[in-house]
Design a protein. Structure first.
Length: 236
């Protein structure tokens, strides 16, 4: 199926739409940055159009990637970070496996037991219970993990959770680029797809640890999944 066709009720072809969405979620670019990049190529698209594409199609790309992603490792790292949106503080809950593969993110108002149960329920709907869960010393994790993952070993230590701590860095860089997130709903949508794209094009590629042939093969595999998701836009 050709990417030169346009989705229903859209003027631009899928090749431009999917690239704009990919650039926004893969790199630390704003909508206006992408508008300028496309203008350099002779494509006149407003930043508001790029914003509407990102909002409309982000869930579609995320769901397709999620169906094609590899099975995560049996050791999970859970952590939280504070995000300020419109003057209010929110807690971003994140889970990654031992290879740095992001499993899920969830933006919530609190850091209590109820919030931990909601996040764990969301995780366990998508993945089987792991062998080990590593968290910081937040007490809200203890009972939910004990009763929801009965066969799972729960480890807590100050320095055991560096894998999850490092996974927060792309979020901070994107937040700085955008000069803060503008809305909780928009941040949740964007960060959900950002994590899935990073799994394909950063974690699997292994820019600093794999050899060039391995990086090229992994990048090509990620591109194939992304192009498949883009082609499905024409069937919607």
């Amino acid at each position: 199926m050709s990417l030169t066709a346009a989705p229903y009720r859209h003027r631009f072809p899928v090749s431009i739409i999917n690239q704009a969405v990919w650039i926004y979620h893969r790199f630390n670019n704003s909508y206006r940055d992408i508008e300028e990049q496309l203008a350099f190529r002779g494509i006149q698209v407003s930043h508001e159009t790029i914003r509407s594409w990102s909002i409309k199609f982000s869930n579609h790309f995320r769901d397709v990637i999620k169906k094609r992603e590899r099975t995560p490792a049996d050791k999970w790292h859970l952590d939280e970070m504070t995000v300020k949106i419109n003057g209010e503080f929110f807690i971003l809950w994140r889970a990654v496996d031992s290879d740095g593969y992001e499993l899920n993110v969830l933006l919530q108002k609190h850091r209590n037991k109820k919030a931990a149960i909601r996040f764990l329920s969301r995780l366990l709907r998508s993945y089987p219970s792991p062998r080990v869960i590593v968290t910081d010393k937040l007490r809200s994790y203890r009972k939910p993990i004990k009763f929801m993952c009965r066969q799972t070993e729960h480890r807590t230590h100050k320095r055991l959770n560096n894998r999850a701590e490092n996974a927060h860095q792309p979020t901070r860089r994107k937040e700085k680029c955008l000069i803060k997130f503008k809305s909780p709903k928009g941040a949740q949508k964007m960060l959900s797809l950002m994590g899935k794209i990073r799994n394909l094009f950063a974690v699997d590629v292994g820019r600093y640890v794999n050899k060039a042939p391995e990086r090229k093969a992994a990048f090509a595999a990620g591109c194939a999944i992304w192009i498949e998701a883009a082609q499905q836009l024409l069937c919607a």
